[in-house]
Design a protein around this ligand. Structure first.
Ligand code: URA
Ligand code: SF4
Length: 191
């Protein structure tokens, strides 16, 4: 009989998603409607990582399906990539009340799920979107400084990007995001 630990002998993205769906490792489990594990092909070359689900994501149990998601879709389309070709997820899998930023304790509780997803997918490029994902994945603080510039770490190319939601509040970031996606397209072509 296989051990019934949190991580089974053979891990899979479905197993991660199943565990996330019923996870109670942090207090966000009490206020969520649906956990949002993330979605995309198991062999995606590129992974996009946001901060945490918002209202629409919490309702639907899917990542980036609200206004920020719409912009992410446009950005992908602008470089000829379909949403279904990339893996999209968040650092924290449950919506923080009123979309407040996730606490460090919540992020730490949730990170093992993202780490398992990365290990299973083995993407060649990971795009942390916004400061939360940037600091969780690359240990940098300022997406304003890091955006659009690739950082190689452990065989993975990290390409930090502004969070699409930031461009909904500050229109000047829209153009920056489209420019950074052009740079991303070139990097994808080289990997
Ligand atoms: N913002 C995020 O960080 N993630 C989502 O899934 C949606 C909005
Ligand atoms: Fe579990 Fe992450 Fe949801 Fe917290 S945010 S309950 S750690 S899945």
């Amino acid at each position: 009989m296989l051990a019934r630990g949190r991580v089974s002998a053979v891990d899979s993205l479905d197993e991660v998603a199943r565990q996330v769906a019923t996870c109670r490792l942090c207090p966000l489990s009490k206020t969520r409607t649906n956990a949002v594990p993330g979605e995309g092909p198991g062999d995606a070359k590129v992974m996009f990582v946001g901060e945490a689900p918002g209202y629409s994501e919490d309702v639907q149990g899917r990542p980036f399906v609200g206004l920020a998601g719409q912009l992410l879709g446009e950005l992908l389309e602008s470089i000829g990539i379909e949403r279904g070709d990339v893996f999209i997820t968040n650092v924290v899998k449950c919506r923080p009340p009123n979309n407040r930023p996730p606490r460090v304790s919540e992020r730490n509780a949730c990170m093992p799920y993202l780490e398992r997803q990365i290990k299973l997918i083995r993407p060649s490029i990971i795009c942390p979107m916004g400061n939360s994902a940037l600091s969780a994945l690359v240990g940098r603080r300022s997406v304003g400084e890091a955006h659009g510039k690739a950082i190689e770490k452990g065989g993975v190319l990290y390409v930090p990007l502004y969070h699409p939601a930031a461009a909904l509040y500050d229109a000047s970031l829209r153009g920056v995001l489209f420019e950074d996606f052009k740079a991303l397209k070139i990097l994808i072509g080289k990997r």
